[in-house]
Ligand binder design. Sequence first.
Ligand code: ZN
Length: 437
Amino acid sequence: MTKNSSTLFFGANVIVGDGSDPVEGTALLVKNGLIVGSGSVSNLAVPDDVERVDLTGSTIMPTIVNPHIHAGYLKGASTEAVNFSRENILDHLRRFVYYGVSVVQSLGTDRDDIELTIRNEQRSGALNDPELALLFSASRGIAAPTPGQENGGAFFAPDAILEAATPEQGREHVRLLVEKNPDVIKFWVDDRNGTKVKMTPDVYAAIIDEAHLLGKKVIAHIYELDDAKGVVRAGVDGTAHMVRAPGPDEELLALMTANDSFVFTSMSIQKMMVDGDGWLDDAALAETVDAATRQSFKAMIGQASPEIATMMTSGYRVLEAGLLQYHNAGVRVLLSGDTGVISQFPGFAEHRELEAMVLAGMPAADAIVSATLLPAQMLGLDDRGSLEVGKRADFIVLEANPLDDISNTKRIADVYIAGSKIDRGALRAGFQEEHHV
Ligand SMILES: [Zn+2]
């Protein structure tokens, strides 16, 4: 599409992304990257010189927005600080777009402001590349210090995480962070199975209060029910995970709906060894991840003791039940890949997460809204997240309808960003070349 021309995408089954039923044969008229008309072709004012793209037989959906990644650490089968670089982050951003994930938010593990620099370049237009997902960043997150050892923040980046032992330290970190304009403030409340010091309620209350005073949303990493209640009572905007066993209770759900807090799904990261290792053979994954890397995760799964495998599975079933509890209670559920950690491959993890949500019993149409419109709204992106007039033409062309089978989101024919087709073949060739270096 040249810059000032119009394009008519016609014939597709269009999933708008707002939860409404798709309408077969909806056409989208796109100009300058924006949707300017939607409906049956006969009802649209189509210019004579329009470029026509026939999508008959396919289904289109908005590109995915994932507000929970950790950019730059995963390379091959390792999630380590040594991999963190501008180059590796850009590689991840390309992998996201390859799979139709157009916006991602990295949650608290930036180093040397590399994420923030990329984000600023994208916002100023200095870095204007449709093959890169749009990056949001929390900069560095905050955790309680554990005297004499690493803190209980992200295991792959404890040195990148700020430590607060007192409310005043928490406030001071928030003030310094906000000077760099992070997109959100992130903190961890977790004792990592009793091995680390957990942040206390007075400290996180101060962090949340200071962030809100300065106009920033706050996301808390929690695993336990009491901690979830604590952070929601203190006014947190959302939790980065659902609670583990026993799962959410009525009180938590009521607190979250009253506070309009959202919950991130973060399911597939707990699913690596649930239901075997067959998922690593997925043809859609093999397009970007080489056999040796996938084999090393298979070996990891194979080496897990039966006790560990059983524990992981029963813990996962709690998450599945919990997803429906949150969703049915009316809590805003947002897709979260925790992508870039262990076997959460950029771009693929998001499709695996969607699959996990639907397998748990969430209606596919709702899961797609959780993966598109709701996270876009949470990030303040009014111009995307659904395929409506006035929004950007960021969409995935699928060979089959994901409402029939959610795994169809992986059957990607094309990805369009602002109305322009991404050259997935060239991207794929680049990923495959990297493997031989
Ligand atoms: Zn995370």
